[in-house]
Design a protein around this ligand. Sequence first.
Ligand SMILES: Cc1cc2nc3c(=O)[nH]c(=O)nc-3n(C[C@H](O)[C@H](O)[C@H](O)COP(=O)(O)OP(=O)(O)OC[C@H]3O[C@@H](n4cnc5c(N)ncnc54)[C@H](O)[C@@H]3O)c2cc1C
Length: 500
Amino acid sequence: MSKISMWKASTSETNFPKLQTSLSVDVVIIGGGITGITAAYNLSKAGKRVAVLEALKIGEGDTGSSTGNLYCTIGDPGLHSIESKFSANKAKEVAESRADAVRFIEDRTLEYDIDCDFKKVPWNLFTEGNESSDYIEKEKEAAQKAGVITNSNICFPLPVTGFMVPNQAQFNPLKYVKALAENIHSDHCMIFENSRAVKIQEGETCTVETEEGSITAQYIIMATHTPLGIYFVQSSLAAYREYAVAVKLNSEYPAPGIFWDMIENEHYSMRVYDSPKGKVLMVLGEMHKTGQKDYNEECFDNLEKFLRDRFDVASVEYKWSAQQFKAVDGIPYIGLSSGNNKTYIATGFSADGLTYGTLAAMIIADEILGNDNPWAKTYDASRLTPIASASNFIKENLNVAAELIKDTLKKAEVKNFTDIQPGEGKIVEIEGQKCAASRTQEGELFAVSAICTHMGCTVHWNQAEASWDCPCHGSRFTQKGEVIEGPAIAPLKNINTKDD
Ligand SMILES: Cc1cc2nc3c(=O)[nH]c(=O)nc-3n(C[C@H](O)[C@H](O)[C@H](O)COP(=O)(O)OP(=O)(O)OC[C@H]3O[C@@H](n4cnc5c(N)ncnc54)[C@H](O)[C@@H]3O)c2cc1C
């Protein structure tokens, strides 16, 4: 089964041109996910001349691999953690700003009559059985203090205990972002696909180059999920992969809704969707740090087992995975990056970024337009929060240091390319250089440098997705070494060697 998200497998492609010229605009936006396209909407509506550069197709980064849930609460680490690290007021700001962003999305679906299956549904957080958990009780209390309406009327086909928040929403994220792009595209709001930014220069005038064109602008927005290149904020971010499985059931489907089943301190997220293959139930979870799990196919197996243990599964229809970046203090970084005057960043959304990405676009557009935004300070990208972030900051940076040391000491996994079987990827040492060698299922061999072009860590084989993933900051590369996602900008160097 191909590992393409349900949304990508069932949504028709946009067809924007490739950048093949030199242009000058007010703002260049790198990345055409929900953050980039929403920022383009806001800025172009306000009269700015904008260009969006998307490396792939609109929405086909993380936006097109998400669950499509929109809610004012947050996932890990929860509103209660924001309250204990910062204050009850900060948790309230987070919930209110997120509610604003959900309303913004609903308004756009109405403004352009976007057919993206947007509907109001309840958000539910529970454990199975009759006993609540400490996490849920704390989260309920924090949500209520933040002004979020809660009740205990959870409607789910299994006995569960927890609370629900009415009036949240669900949609098809890919249909939404593609339709928004198609509606705003004009001479004043140019959108380019298959146009990867390969060189980015901030200055009095900023320049972004792609392979066949370039754009100069007054400001850059890095709407690339994590900023590309080396940024201070990367020491406060951790990259995780998470998995999704969508199945058909013989038994009763849950009603429309967002269902988070807490197992220990992580949640498995479930929802139903009327896909082109018929109604499916999806579950997302089994998170681990990018590039730090050897047999990650197991994550899909565990999700399937999770569903089979609870429902009568008829067939597995889709499997995919996606990346999330967690901020060490639990609050995203949105705005001018520290040390930059012209480059805006938007990152650290965890798995709540359809809403946070929309909010980021609202905040950044206001900052560029010189408008006050009530939430800008809450998410300030140049903030320092030593007390709130201390334990996670130390943990994540020790983890990066440990990966670097482990990689330096690590020996080659095999001696010869002939030791690599179809579907496998291994580190081989060629003339003292670490080489990431892999074979396709058909046996074709690819060999590239194993050293990540971002900060020099050794990439690890992701066997479920046939990619090379960096365990330090989450950059990912194809078997041929091409960048799949950043922060790396440059590909892994090709190693020209014969198949011995
Ligand atoms: C499993 C999972 C489920 C999730 N479910 C939800 C959910 O239900 N609700 C929710 O709110 N959030 C969810 N999220 C989080 C959400 O999907 C993301 O936070 C959000 O989509 C981020 O949007 P973005 O526009 O910032 O990034 P992206 O959608 O990743 O867009 C960034 C774009 O930048 C492009 N790009 C990268 N490098 C370059 C370059 N050099 N040049 C040009 N373009 C470039 C990429 O191709 C990409 O299209 C989920 C995350 C995961 C992992």
